[in-house]
Design a protein around this ligand. Sequence first.
Ligand SMILES: CCCCCCC/C=C/C(=O)SCCNC(=O)CCNC(=O)[C@H](O)C(C)(C)COP(=O)(O)OP(=O)(O)OC[C@H]1O[C@@H](n2cnc3c(N)ncnc32)[C@H](O)[C@@H]1OP(=O)(O)O
Ligand SMILES: Cc1cc2nc3c(=O)[nH]c(=O)nc-3n(C[C@H](O)[C@H](O)[C@H](O)COP(=O)(O)OP(=O)(O)OC[C@H]3O[C@@H](n4cnc5c(N)ncnc54)[C@H](O)[C@@H]3O)c2cc1C
Length: 596
Amino acid sequence: MYGQIVRDGLVNVTGIEDLGLTSPVLQRTSDAFFKEISPFLLHFGMFVPTIIGQCTPEQQAKWLPLAMDLKIIGTYAQTELGHGTFIRGLETTATYDASTEQFILKTPKLSSYKWWAGGLGKTANHCIVLAQLYTKGVCHGPHPFIVQIRDTETHMPLPGIKVGEIGPKLGFNTADNGFLGFEDFRIPRENLMMKNAQVTKDGTYVKVARHGKLTYGTMVFVRVMLVSDMAYCLAKAVTIAVRYSAVRRQSQPKPDQPEPQVLDYLTQQHKLFICISTAHAMKLTSTWLWNTFTGVLADMRDGNTDTLPELHALSSCLKAISTSDTSALIEQCRFACGGHGYMYSSNLPALYSFATATRTYEGDYTVLLLQTARFLVKSWEQMDEGKPLTPTLAYLEQSRNGSQVSWDDSPEGIVRGFDAVAAGRIGACVKSIRKHINNGMDYEDAWQMTTVQLVGAAEAHCRAVICRVYRDETARLTAGCSPGVKAVLDQLSTLYLLYWALERTGDLLRFSSLSERDIENLQARYEALLLKIRPNAVGLVDAFDFRDEVLMSTLGSYDGRVYERLMEEALKTPLNREPVSDSFHKYIKPMMQGKL
Ligand SMILES: CCCCCCC/C=C/C(=O)SCCNC(=O)CCNC(=O)[C@H](O)C(C)(C)COP(=O)(O)OP(=O)(O)OC[C@H]1O[C@@H](n2cnc3c(N)ncnc32)[C@H](O)[C@@H]1OP(=O)(O)O
Ligand SMILES: Cc1cc2nc3c(=O)[nH]c(=O)nc-3n(C[C@H](O)[C@H](O)[C@H](O)COP(=O)(O)OP(=O)(O)OC[C@H]3O[C@@H](n4cnc5c(N)ncnc54)[C@H](O)[C@@H]3O)c2cc1C
């Protein structure tokens, strides 16, 4: 039963549905079961996918059944105390000893200790370790190895293994993130995950993969999955905040009239309706990204890795923007719930601490946007050389002549406006890099001096992609819907465009013919749209269809018994078990009597 819930709850996150282990009905039941982050998150989220992505069929046949049946519990230990972002800088070594056909794992310094892996502290008995592979005296860079770290009977760390928990964090406190060190710890040669690179018995290194970065495949997979995870988290947060805002009444804008629901305030609608539409935008974009991802996997199975760079660029920026937008918007949902939003029992603090971690893990926000920017600048240069553009950069072609794009305030026109902003910002980066080089800088320094603009350009590209996908997919998916449903979903996608157009007026003034008058029109349309969405707001969040057990919120339950639930939870707190706590007699009373 327990294993079944773990699997059903997490299989959806791992995207390994094709193993036939889940049904949509069971999506994320683990949230109701575990309440907090599961120590098994990394097992199904990264350990199993890495076995699938990095092992040969023979290795999969050995490890996958053990992992799927929870006969072994694994995690993914890549990050070290000294390095997380710069994977090539990892210090843990795996040196091949041909005489015993074993790798010897070593963490030579304190900074080489593995740090952060979820479930590593107390739960896992196996883990995937990224280590610099040495054979015949040559370093071949970071490679993944499967390593048993604890005895499966006693759970004691094996000799040569130093493992423990890293301590309290802002969130993720039930994930037992751990540290791990190796003292000349030996593993069989076959524990190198050999799909992309192999070491033969005599120690010869054989590169199998056609692309140098396929070892990073699990990270690409998880970045793709995180986009839909963010849609899910934001949908939860906004369900809580909208339902609460329909219950909460405050202030008296008009004399002699009852206090309105706070949801009737335009500023509240401004805070919340963008969260509803962003959840939809991210869900649709994540499905589109997943289809792109599986398309690239199919290309690679046919030996073609040409589409991988675009996928890496897309998954990097969408991971960065979806996690960043989600954490900011969940915080906005908390603000929208006033003081009660700060209560742990609202579940908004836990949702926030989860989302804000995702902005850092699996590739830091800035670092990933700079990866996308690398691809954008390269594409611009290829366009200058007359080479074809990849599908998501087709918009560059239209704006290459440098003439200003004329502003068109239809939804499709606004999408083109975002394309123009992205193209303009990428072009400005290329110009800046070239200017620095012409002034005598080398390429790396010229790049470094442009990185603030490059991050902005990657964000603009990502926003343009989201706007286009959201608009196109809404039109496609609602084609057969009733006029009512179609109209409401169209309102939500239009809201997203208007909101971001108003957020980016500076860029639109710079890269299109947008005028002051156009901005006034956008603002008026945006405000009118908030009022149109208001009557459907509660219905829209109910349509996300979260069970109370999954939402786990005193403020967001379906029945709206907010104050009753807050009091019920308050009465459960251990401090309310006795009318007078021991500390009164021990410390407060003596202090009042001047005895302390
Ligand atoms: C849903 C399940 C939830 C599970 C919970 C997860 C909990 C958390 C787990 C973790 O955090 S695990 C650790 C994750 N760590 C990271 O994400 C580290 C981030 N760093 C990197 O990804 C890379 O090191 C880097 C920043 C991309 C840089 O790598 P490197 O220095 O080796 O490359 P560059 O010299 O910058 O680029 C060279 C070349 O390679 C291309 N490239 C880089 N990465 C990839 C990739 N993944 N796939 C394809 N291509 C890649 C890059 O674009 C460059 O291309 P060119 O420009 O030279 O063509
Ligand atoms: C909750 C949580 C769970 C995690 N779980 C795991 C796990 O299970 N397994 C695992 O292996 N790891 C895990 N990690 C580690 C995580 O992947 C790394 O923390 C993350 O990749 C960021 O790397 P870093 O900590 O080295 O940050 P750093 O790279 O040191 O970042 C510090 C600052 O430097 C900036 N910076 C770094 N490089 C550049 C650059 N080239 N250009 C510009 N700015 C730069 C960053 O933007 C950031 O502002 C987890 C982390 C967290 C918070």
